[in-house]
Design a protein around this ligand. Sequence first.
Ligand code: ASP
Length: 704
Amino acid sequence: MNFQNRVPCGSLRPVDAGRMVQAAGWVDALRDHGEVIFAHLRDRSGIVQVVFDWNRAPRLRETARGLKEEFCVAVAGTVVERMPGTENPSLETGDVEIIATDLTVLNPAKTLPFLISEKGMTAGVELAGPGAVAEDLRLQYRYLDLRRPSMQDHFIKRHRIVKRVRDFLDERGFLEIETPVLTKSTPEGARDYLVPSRVHPGHFYALPQSPQLFKQLLMISGFERYFQIVRCFRDEDLRPNRQPEFTQIDLEASFIDEEFIYELMEELTVRMFAVGGIELPRPFPRMTYREAMDTAGSDRPDLRFGLRFVEATDIFRNTNYAIFQKIIQAGGCVKGINVKGQSDVLSKNVLQNEYAKQIVPSLGGMGMTWMRVAGGNLESNIVQFFSEAERQEILRRFEAEEGDVLMLIADPSYAVVTSVLGKLRLHVAERLGLIPSNTYCPLWVTEFPLFEPTEDWVTSCHHPFTAPDRVDFDPRNRDELLSLRSRAYDLVMNGEELGGGSIRIHDKKVQHKVFEALGLTPEDIAGKFGFFVQALEYGAPPHGGIALGLDRVTAMILGTASIRDVIAFPKNRSAYCPLTQAPAPVTRQQLAELGLLNLGGETVLPGMEKEGDIIDTLSWVSRIGVVESERSAIHAAVRQAERLAEKIQAIPGDGEPLFAVIDITQPPRPGTEARISPFVQSGELLKNAPALKGDYFKVANILE
Ligand code: ASP
C-alpha cells in the first residue's frame, strides 16, 4: 500500500458511503465480537471505526486478531453507513465505518504504560483523560501522551495562535529577526543559565533571560519594528506554572509611545483569544499600579469579580477602639471589603473562628475585624466599641445593606494591609464561588514604580532599560528614587500577568544615571553593558516594546490547568525532564575539555571529588533553611536515622509493619499491613512540627 491515496480518518461522512478508501494511523481501541472485530483507527484528523468481518474478508482474520492498541496500521476498505442505532455521536465520523478488505501492520507497539484512547467505542462511554495518569509518567512517555487527541488539539491551536501573531505583526510592518542564544547576561531578575566555552576556557556564555538588549540594538540599527517568537531561559526557584525555558512573543518598535503599544497589543490579544472562541471587549481598561494596590492589593488584579477595597482609615481617626487607634497613630491604615449578601454563608462562627483566628493569620495578617448587617444594624464581637457616627459612616462608605458581610484589615503597614486583604479577597471569592467561569477581564496596569526597595538600597522593578517618568532625579537619594515612576505597562488577564514592557531609555546620560542609582560602578557598567551603552551614543531612536508569555497566553486561551499542557516537551515541577533525564551528570572528560576541572585554580570542583554535605541537599529538597549552629545536631539525627535504616535492613523477613497516618484500604501485600499510628487519635501526629501560627505551621509553597 502506498500512502498517496490515504484519506484522513476524521474526514469520512455519509456522503462517502460506497467509496473504496485507504487509511493509516494508530489503533485507538478494539472490540472483539468473535466473528467481527471493531477497531477505532486514529490519525491526526480524527477517528473512524474499521470493521474486520471474517465472513467478508477471511484472510484478515489472523492479522486482525493480533492487533493491539497503538499498533501503527494501514487499512483499505469500503465506507458504509452504520446500521441505525449503532451510530456513535461522540465521533465526528460516527455515522459511517470502513468495512476492511485489506490490513497491514506497519509497526506493532509494546504494552502501553497508560491508556491513550479518549473515545469510547459505544455511544455515551466516557474515558478518563490524561488527568488520570501521574504527570511524571506522562512526561516520561511524552511521545505517547502527545498522541491523545486532546493533547494534539492543544498544539494545533498553539500553532494557530502563533500563525495569527506572525500574520498580524507582518501586516503591521514588523520583521521577524532572530537574536543569539549563546550570549551575555540580560538581566530580568532571575539567575542565568551558563554555557561554558571550550575554545575560551574559563569563559561562559549566558542563555538569554530575554532578547532585551538585542531588540534595542535592532532599533538602533534602524529596523524600526522587530518581533520574535523566542525561547527565554531563567534559572529561578521552582514555582508552579514556571518553566526554566519558555517562549515569549517579543517585540520592539521605534518612534512610538505607550498608546501605540496599547492599540497594537489589544488587537493582537483579541485575535489570539479568538482562536479559542473568546471575544475580548476593547479598549482594555487601564489602572495605575497605585490604584491596583489600593483597590485589589495586587499589581495584577483579577477584575472578574468585585470585592474592591474600601478605604476606611479616616472613619476611625478619632475612634475609641484601642486596636484601630494604635494602628492609625502608628501611621497605619484600615481597609475592607463588602461581601454582598453572604451573611448566611459567612456565619459569626466562620468569620471569627476560621477567618479571624486562622485564615487571616496564615495570610500574614495579625487579625481581621468583621461585621454583618442584620436588622438594619451592624453586628459583630466588637461593634460596641464604635460610636454611632462611626457605625453610620461604615454603613455608608461600604454601601452596606441587609445580609452584607464586611471584612476589615488594619495594620501599621500599608503593604501588609493590601497584601493580606488582596489574598483574603481571592480566598473569599473562590470559597463563595464568586469568580465567573468563561469570563476574561483584560487590564493594563501602568505607572509602576521605577525602583523597589531592597534591604540596603533599591533595585529595578522591571529591568534597568525602562524609562523613568522624569530624568532630573538624584541617583544617590534613595527616597527620591523610590518616588520615581516608570513608563512600564503590564498586560493582565484574570489576575495573571500575560506580559509587560516599557518605553526605553534611549539617552546615554539617563541610562548611566539609572545604572548609578542601582549602585553600579563605571567598571561594572563597562563590563556588563559596555557594548550597549556605547551603541546608545550613535543616534539611538526613541523606542519601546513588550513581551507576552506565549505558553501562559495559550494555556489561558485553551483553559488548561498548567502551562506544561501546552508545551510539547516540558520539564516537570522540579525542572527535570523525565523523558531525556536532563539535567544529567557529565563525564570528567567533558569537564576537562571545557576547562572546568580546575576552574579558578581549585584542584577539585565542589561536589565532584568531595561529596556535598547531605544537610545542604536535605535543606534544599525540603525548602527549609538550616542555620549553621543546627548543622551538627542535624548530622547526628541523620546518622542515627541511617543506623536505624541499616538495622531494619538487617532484620530477616519482612520486619515489623510500619505505622500509617491514615487507614490503608488496599494493603500492598498480605501480612505487611501497616497499623494506624496511635498519635492519630491523640492528636500528637505533628507534635514535632514548629507551631508557628496558632494551629498552623508553614510548609513549602511549591504544590499546585
Ligand atoms: N524584556 C522584558 C521581559 O522579558 C519585556 C520587555 O520589556 O519588552 O519581561
